[in-house]
Write a protein that binds this ligand. Sequence first.
Ligand SMILES: C[S@@+](CC[C@H](N)C(=O)[O-])C[C@H]1O[C@@H](n2cnc3c(N)ncnc32)[C@H](O)[C@@H]1O
Length: 214
Amino acid sequence: MFDTIAPRYDLVNRLMTFRLDVRVRRQTLLALDLPFGAKVLDLACGTGDFVRALAKLGHTPVGVDLSYGMMAAAPEPGRYVQGDLLALPVADNSVDAAVCGYALRNLVSLPPFFGELARVVKPGGRVALVDVSAPENRLLRVGFDIHFNKIVPFVGGLFSDKEAYSYLPKSVAYLPPPDEVLRMFGEAGFESARRQQLTMGIAQMYVANRSAEA
Ligand SMILES: C[S@@+](CC[C@H](N)C(=O)[O-])C[C@H]1O[C@@H](n2cnc3c(N)ncnc32)[C@H](O)[C@@H]1O
C-alpha cells in the first residue's frame, strides 16, 4: 500500500494536514533534546522527513522502512535501509535516539516494537514516537471526524489512492489507550515515559528514556 502511494505521499500529507505535520515533527525533535552529532534512527521513515530535518541539525540519521517505494521517493539523498520495525537491521545499544512518525497504528502489537527499541537504543538514550490522535474537545472532535473520514479519503482519492487513504483514518482506532502504551514502555525497559498532545490534540507524542542501568 505504501509503495503505491509513495510518489504523491508528501504532497497529500501537506495538503491534508495544512502543513501541521511539519510543526509536529519540529516539536518531536525538540523533545529528543539530542547532543550535537547524535546517531538517530528514523523508524518507518517513509520519504524521510525526519531524516532530512535531523541531518540539517547536524545529526547522523538513518531511515528504516519496510517500503522501498517510500524511501525511493525521498526528495533528497540520505542513508536509508529497508527493514522491519520488529527486526531492526541494527546492532544492540548502537544509537543515541530513535524517532518514529505516524507508524504505530500500523503495528498489530506495540510490545515487540518497544522491545526492539530497547535493544538498539543505548542506555540513557531517548525515543520520541508521534502519531495521529483524536482531540478530546467535543467541537474539535466533530471537525476531526469529518476531516479524517470524509476529506482525507476524498483528497487522497483525487491525488493518489482512495483505498489507502480510507485505511489510514481507520487505523487510528488501532492504538491502545495512552495508559496502556505508557505501561508497555516501562515493561520494555524505558523510564520517565510521558505522553503529550500536540496541535490541539490532533497529534500525540510519546517520549521515553532507555533505562540507564540496562
Ligand atoms: C504513514 S507512513 C509515515 C512515514 C513517515 N514516518 C512520516 O512521518 O511521514 C507509515 C510508514 O510506516 C512504514 N511501515 C509500516 N509498517 C512497518 C514495519 N513493520 N516496518 C517498517 N516500516 C513500516 C510504511 O512503509 C510507511 O512508510
